[in-house]
Design a protein around this ligand. Structure first.
Ligand SMILES: C[S@@+](CC[C@H](N)C(=O)[O-])C[C@H]1O[C@@H](n2cnc3c(N)ncnc32)[C@H](O)[C@@H]1O
Length: 219
């Protein structure tokens, strides 16, 4: 390419790519609408909703248990390490849940929590232990994203998820996928919301540019 063409391309690129050093939102897009990563989290939970049944455990609140489990759920527990969280009926640490008996749950919904836990290995072992045989772990985590208010230790990839949980679950019982694409990934960084994109921009899946990683694992 000649120098002139390179210069024209650089000008066009500067015009196309946002030049601001400030994000559009510092709240994952909550102040503009619904955060982009929630589109894929909910898509994954919807695809696996038949596994949300019986006795369930979710972290922070029971939002997804109610939305995707509905009538199938017979008892819903909410866990949080934060003692101030009134929505939680179990205050405890996923790294060591001695107050929960082995084989208690039919389903654990673990969305976007593992990256906040220093000893993710201990948390993975506890999830496996407290699941009933035949119970399911529905897991999501960020592959990329801004670090805004919580202490983030880790980002995960399909290989790291397989490595961490493969110590406990049989590989034939694990389905690991990613969601995202280059455009939606940039939009997520920038703080855009789902409402800023059109459905095809959100639903297009390019495994080379994942934003979240998901796993369905059955004990
Ligand atoms: C970003 S929220 C994610 C969970 C939420 N259900 C969601 O989908 O967004 C992270 C939650 O994990 C909790 N948490 C962090 N470390 C924990 C641990 N070791 N054990 C239990 N809960 C923990 C935090 O207090 C917070 O409520």
């Amino acid at each position: 390419m000649t120098n002139t063409l390179l210069k024209i391309r650089a000008r066009l690129t500067r015009w196309l790519v946002p030049a601001s050093l400030k994000p559009l939102s510092s709240k994952f897009g909550f102040d503009r609408g619904t955060p982009i990563d929630r589109y894929w989290i909910e898509k994954f939970l919807n695809q696996n909703s038949s596994l949300i049944r019986g006795r369930t455990l979710e972290i922070t609140d029971a939002k997804y248990t109610k939305k995707f489990g509905g009538e199938r759920v017979t008892r819903s527990d909410v866990l949080d390490i934060n003692p101030k969280n009134k929505k939680a009926n179990i205050h405890g640490d996923l790294r060591s849940l001695s107050q929960i008996k082995s084989g208690t749950y039919d389903c654990i919904i673990l969305t976007h929590v593992l990256g906040l836990i220093d000893d993710f290995s201990a948390a993975a072992a506890e999830c496996f232990r407290i699941l009933k045989p035949g119970g399911a772990l529905l897991f999501t985590s960020s592959c990329l994203g801004p670090i805004l208010n919580e202490k983030v230790y880790w980002r995960f990839t399909p290989h790291s998820v397989k490595y961490i949980f493969g110590k406990y679950f049989k590989s034939k019982n694990m389905v690991i996928e990613t969601f995202g694409n280059v455009l939606a990934g940039q939009a997520f960084w920038l703080g855009m919301a789902q409402e800023d994109l059109n459905p095809s921009q959100l639903s297009h899946n390019d495994p080379r540019f994942p934003v979240i990683v998901t796993m369905r694992a059955v004990k």
